[in-house]
Design a protein around this ligand. Structure first.
Ligand code: SF4
Length: 144
């Protein structure tokens, strides 16, 4: 279950095990996402900017961040032009960023994750497979 940080217009979910510190969030809205603060997410600092915050969260490549709108704003939807399309972006020396309307299943057909964004291990060293956990960095994985 994600941790949740609840504001008036939007609630932010965060799953630490999925976070690969790509830092889209801290670069995009440092007044909301500050790793030096506890809690590190302060939703109130984006008061009246729920759309901007939602757009930023949708850029989190791992799916560690998610949101629930508490106002009339739209829920996140697949960002592909065709809602059934899945897009895979290979990161140099790193994971696969996958976006779309996703259901990730294990070999037995069990659902591992439903979501819109995941970062999948490509180096084989992740301790959180199938998800990336940044082990490729320590492993010196090279696949540009
Ligand atoms: S953008 Fe997502 S993966 Fe990157 S630091 Fe923020 S929560 Fe973690």
């Amino acid at each position: 279950m994600p941790r949740e940080y609840v504001g008036e217009q939007i609630a932010i979910g965060w799953e630490p095990k999925l976070c690969i510190h790509a830092a889209e969030c801290v670069r995009g809205m440092p007044e909301v996402f500050d790793t030096q603060s506890r809690p590190w997410v302060t939703v109130e600092n984006a008061f009246d900017r729920a759309d901007e915050l939602a757009g930023l969260i949708a850029r989190c490549p791992s799916g560690a961040l998610s949101y629930r709108r508490l106002d009339d704003g739209p829920a996140e939807s697949p960002d592909a032009a065709d809602d059934h399309a899945v897009h895979v972006a290979i990161q140099p020396d790193g994971p696969l960023y996958v976006r779309g309307d996703l259901t990730l299943k294990d070999a037995a057909g069990g659902v591992v994750r439903d979501g819109l964004r995941v970062a999948l291990c490509r180096c084989g060293d992740s301790q959180n497979k199938p998800f990336c956990d940044n082990s490729h960095i320590a492993a010196g994985f090279a696949a540009p």
